[in-house]
Design a protein around this ligand. Structure first.
Ligand SMILES: [Fe+2]
Length: 278
């Protein structure tokens, strides 16, 4: 699929695009076991993961988002999302984008099929409302027709678009696009979101997600300059050269055992929580 900037600006999304093979999906997914207490906040895996930084800096992504954001680009957010069978993430926007502009790349990693739809409402990025606010007006934000009806009242061009991505494919959307995901399958669905903005934005860490009373941390989130220069110096930008992956047998073996260690810890603590938090 070709990326067309005019279409993206009008509709608010582009894709799906092919990105990773299964081997690379699994390599990336292994990073989800890195201990979360090492990150400044939930959406900061890039702070400790060379793999996430390197995949997020891939040319196939950058060549597209440079058209949207210009050449000076920060990766400000990265987060693995494990969606349990039967779970739905109702219609919403990512509330950070009420504070600054940017784009999200949503990459499918594992167990994606016709039972794991991802939906967006086209043109909704330009609407001066969002699903979380509709909920307060008693709109059922789990219901596609109800949410679409509200969007169309503001902009009749809005349309429901549902995608069934394959593992390794991604979609790009404008930060304020209305979106939802659903896992009707019997297995956990795994994905990662990568979130970018131009260097003219000031990025912050939310300490809650209540749109009527958003609170922000005084700590600055760690960002990575994935393209261009940070002339503005508004943000805490980490030096990307420190994230160069060392491609040699010794490093790969060490990394393999590190991942296995974190994976075992993760699985054991999940079992512990299941047994003792019932
Ligand atoms: Fe979201």
């Amino acid at each position: 699929m070709q990326f067309e900037i005019n279409k993206f600006n009008e509709e608010g999304f582009a894709g799906p695009f092919e990105f990773l093979n299964i081997k690379n999906c699994n390599k990336l997914l292994n990073e989800k076991y890195l201990p979360k207490q090492n990150f400044g906040w939930t959406k900061s895996i890039h702070e400790k993961s060379s793999k996430v930084v390197n995949f997020a800096s891939s040319e196939i992504i950058l060549e597209k988002i440079k058209n949207i954001l210009g050449s000076d680009i920060l990766l400000w957010g990265s987060c693995f999302i494990e969606q349990k069978p039967g779970n739905q993430h109702s219609w919403h926007i990512d509330l950070e984008y009420k504070q600054w502009d940017g784009v999200t790349i949503w990459v499918g990693l594992k167990n994606l099929n016709n039972n794991t739809p991802l939906s967006i409402i086209s043109h909704s990025h330009n609407i001066n409302s969002f699903p979380q606010a509709l909920k307060d007006k008693n709109v059922n934000i789990q219901n596609d027709e109800d949410v679409l009806f509200e969007a169309k009242k503001i902009d009749p061009r809005c349309e429901l678009k549902t995608f069934y991505l394959k593992p390794g494919e991604f979609i790009i959307w404008s930060g304020k696009i209305w979106h939802k995901t659903n896992n009707q399958s019997k297995k956990n669905r795994e994905s990662i979101i990568l979130q970018y903005c131009s260097t003219d934005n000031v990025v912050k860490i939310p300490v809650n997600y209540d749109y009527k009373n958003m609170k922000w941390s005084d700590n600055k989130p760690a960002c990575i300059l994935v393209s261009g220069k940070d002339k503005k110096k508004f943000n805490n930008v980490l030096d990307k050269s420190k994230f160069k992956t060392k491609e040699n047998f010794f490093f790969e073996t060490l990394k393999f055992f590190e991942v296995q260690y974190y994976k075992s810890r993760y699985i054991l603590s999940s079992i512990y929580r299941k047994i003792f938090t019932k």
